[in-house]
Design a protein around this ligand. Structure first.
Ligand code: C2E
Ligand code: CA
Ligand code: CA
Ligand code: CA
Length: 277
């Protein structure tokens, strides 16, 4: 390669320019979308494995893009986080979902709502007040809200996370560790975090059919039991996985085998059908 003479370093690079331009456009698009109300919350049923009744939902954000259609979080969440938009977007999701869950609550008493928290939300000093205000405004009983965060988010600053989670729990909400088992380095810290629920990562559920798979899922469930945490299996895609989990005494599960994430109206219809049974 040539030495970095000024002429070389400053030469116009069309590809690089196009890339920067595309990113800038996407950033503006994302900022605009929040004000334009293009985000929606979808809800995936969480079922009791004994009887497969829907006992709650996980709220999952979608971007209903005017040109690109319905986009999954993988298409925009990292960019939103890096632009500092997640406290606002996440706050919107939380309020929207709590409002909806308060309605379902009237139809199906005890119906639970899980909402994901991002790293920047957990690090936001206003989080506790915001959650309290949203619960007040929407009337959702705090005991029906479960806030999910991944181990990697919680372990950025263990002491601080333990403090924030403790403050959230004093509001009466519960805490779930998401993608549980994928961050085994943190196992020794598990006792330090005030956690109530663990979401068993789908990789363990989906590995169950393989020769060694069952023992991994079993081990993860055993850890949950040891720490007195309620397990919810994620990514259950077929009846065989569901019955294996039942044999392993996992009470709750979530996955395409039961239902995919759906708009609020479809979930309302599902609850109507369920209560007619
Ligand atoms: P997650 O919290 O682990 O959510 C579960 C993901 O697994 C969802 O993907 C869901 O659609 C998908 N899923 C459910 N059942 C199955 C199954 O049987 N098989 C497979 N292969 N996948 C299944 P989704 O909706 O694309 O969300 C991806 C991730 O985006 C979530 O993973 C979560 O980390 C994040 N996310 C979604 N909504 C929000 C939000 O409002 N705030 C924050 N901070 N993160 C969110
Ligand atoms: Ca989750
Ligand atoms: Ca998960
Ligand atoms: Ca995940």
């Amino acid at each position: 390669a040539k030495a970095d003479g000024k002429g070389v370093a400053r030469r116009f690079d069309p590809a690089q320019f196009a890339e920067a331009e595309a990113r800038r456009r996407e950033e503006n698009d994302l900022r605009r979308a929040l004000d334009a109300g293009e985000f929606e919350v979808h809800y995936q049923p969480i079922v009791h494995l004994n009887g497969e009744r829907t006992v709650g939902v996980e709220a999952l954000v979608r971007w209903n893009h005017p040109e690109r259609g319905l986009l999954p979080p993988a298409a925009f969440l990292d960019l939103a986080e890096s632009l500092g938009l997640l406290p606002r977007l996440g706050g919107w999701v939380l309020e929207q979902a709590c409002r909806q869950a308060a309605i379902w609550q009237a139809q199906e008493p005890g119906f639970e709502l899980n909402v994901n928290l991002s790293a920047s939300q957990l690090g936001n000093p206003d989080l506790i007040d915001e959650v309290r205000d949203i619960l007040d405004r929407t009337g959702l009983p705090p005991s029906l809200l479960v806030l999910e965060l991944t181990e990697s988010v919680a372990l950025v600053d263990l002491i601080e996370s333990a403090r924030v989670l403790g403050a959230l729990k004093s509001l009466g909400v519960r805490i779930a560790l998401d993608d549980f088992g994928t961050g085994f380095s943190s196992l020794s810290h598990l006792g330090a975090l005030p956690v109530d629920v663990v979401k068993i990562d789908k990789s363990f559920v989906q590995a169950m059919q393989e020769s060694n798979g069952a023992s991994v899922a079993e081990a993860v469930l055993q850890i949950a039991r040891t720490f007195n945490l309620a397990p919810v299996a994620e990514g259950v895609e077929d009846a065989e996985q569901a019955s294996r989990l039942r044999e392993l005494n996992c009470a709750q599960a979530q996955g395409y085998h039961f239902a995919k994430p759906m708009p609020a109206g479809d979930l309302t219809a599902l609850l109507h059908r369920q209560s007619a049974l």
